[in-house]
Every structure is written in C-alpha cells, then in structure tokens.
Design a protein. Structure first.
Length: 274
C-alpha cells in the first residue's frame, strides 16, 4: 500500500506559475500550457489587465492586475516597435531607430512589472500558493524577479535574449569573432571586415542593454533587498527551453540545462497550396 501511495504522489500534477510575455512569445507558450493542463497540472497565469493576446482558458487560471495603460496605447506602441524592427533600412539607421524604441518599450514593461510586484493583494495570493516552478520568458525579467522572491525554481521559455544575455548568464562561449551579432545579417562564416564590425557592435550592445535593463535591475534590487545585475538575475534559471534549432541556426556551444524546442512553433501544420 505504501509503495502504491508513493507512486500516486509521484504521478500527481504540479503547480506552475506562469508569467508570460505578450505578443508572439505568448502564442508558442500557450500551446505548451494546453499540453500541461491536459496532464492535470495546476497552472496559474499572471498577466496585466491590458494585453494583446493573453486570454482565459479552461487549461489554466488567469489572474490579472491593473496597469496604467489603455489597450489603444499598448497596441500603438507595439506596432510601432515591430514596424521599425523589421523595416528594411541601412544598418546604422536600424540601430538608431532601435535605440529610440527600446526606451519606449522598456518603460512600458517596467511599468507593468512594477504594477505586478507592488500589488500587495496579488503578491499575497501568490506567496500563499506553494508553486513547484515559475515558467516565464526572460526577455522581460519580471517573472524571474518573482521566482527569486518566492524562492521557486524558474524555467525559461525563449527564442533568444538581447545582447546574448542568455549566453552570458549560462557562461556559454560567445566570441565576437565567430558569433554574429543581431541585425548585422552576418553568418558564422565572416570576412575579416565583418568580424571587426561584429566586435565593435558587441561593445555597443553593452551600452544599449544597460540602458534598457537598468530599470529592471533597480526594481529587482528593491524587491529582493540586495543589489542585482541582469546577468546574475538570469543565472538562476534552472532550465532554458529555446525555440530554435541548429537546422536554421549556426551551431554553438550550449549548456546541459539548455533544451532546443524549435519544433513547438510547428504544432499546427497546414498543407501547402498546390
């Protein structure tokens, strides 16, 4: 009987806290939550009242919190950011536009994160639940701040991070001579001039990312009552689920806690037209 009961306990569903990022990031995560919900895991998703895609579902419980933003403002800022990000421009112009938009988007997410972490009623509710893990997209590190506050292991669900924070936090090799930087359109087989360009861009990334993530470091330090840097914050991630595959990416060194799940974006297959 004792053996049977122990097996039953091991098979019981876990309790998962989910702090998603809105937009296309959420669409992939939602399919994962549906699969987990079907396996009897208890899932609580925490999201701002004003969002683009995060809706209630039978597979999880949705908890929302108020934010000082209207749906029209959110949609306008996100569409403006996306248009500048994917618009075909010369590289210097793309970087200038990105720098300007990063400030707007950073302010948007830090406001939402502050509204969550400073919501006493919601935080009291989350502290009262004994979660087994936090699932979050670390592009916005709010979920990881919450995981450390609750002393709960975190699982990261991501495509990649700005300025290679994912590689830094996991201590993966990231030599600028071989790893092409975002927005350069370089491959992993670069000419000497491209390698020089790559090196200088990596140096510029530190300034851009320090500028974008400094408010999160200040907020994390206030919540956790100790100085925290972005690299140290993300280094506590237990598992990194990366929506990528070497079929489409250049091969790179990875750590044992990194798992490639690029196929999750192909869950709903559609036949090609004739």
């Amino acid at each position: 009987v004792l053996v049977f009961l122990s097996l039953f306990c091991l098979a019981a569903g876990g309790k998962l806290l989910v702090v998603p990022m809105d937009g296309s990031h959420w669409l992939s995560m939602r399919s994962l939550l549906v699969a987990l919900g079907q396996k009897e895991h208890k899932i609580i998703v925490v999201a701002p009242e004003v969002n683009l895609n995060v809706k209630a579902s039978e597979y999880y419980t949705l908890k929302t919190y108020p934010v000082p933003l209207t749906r029209e403002e959110l949609g306008g800022r996100m569409h403006s950011f996306a248009n500048d990000l994917f618009e075909k421009r010369p590289f210097p112009q793309r970087m200038t536009a990105l720098y300007e938009k990063v400030q707007v988007i950073s302010n948007l997410y830090i406001s939402s994160c502050s509204s969550l972490l400073l919501n006493k009623d919601l935080m009291r509710y989350l502290e009262g639940n004994k979660f087994d893990a936090v699932l979050t997209d670390p592009v916005v590190p709010c979920g990881q701040i919450l995981a450390l506050h609750l002393s709960v292991p975190s699982v990261f669900f991501l495509r990649g991070l700005p300025c290679s924070f994912d590689l830094q936090a996991t201590q993966c090799p990231d030599p600028p001579s071989y790893i092409p930087r975002t927005f350069t359109d370089n491959s992993d087989s670069m000419t000497f001039i491209q390698r020089v360009e790559n090196f200088f861009l990596k140096s510029a990334e530190y300034f851009l990312c320090d500028f974008a993530y400094l408010p999160f470091e200040i907020l994390a330090s206030d919540v956790l009552h100790r100085p925290v840097k972005m690299k140290e914050l993300l280094s506590h991630g237990s598992i990194w689920l990366k929506r990528m595959d070497f079929v489409f990416e250049y091969p790179m060194p990875v750590m044992p806690n990194m798992v490639f799940i690029g196929g999750i974006n192909c869950g709903k297959k559609k036949l090609l037209s004739q």
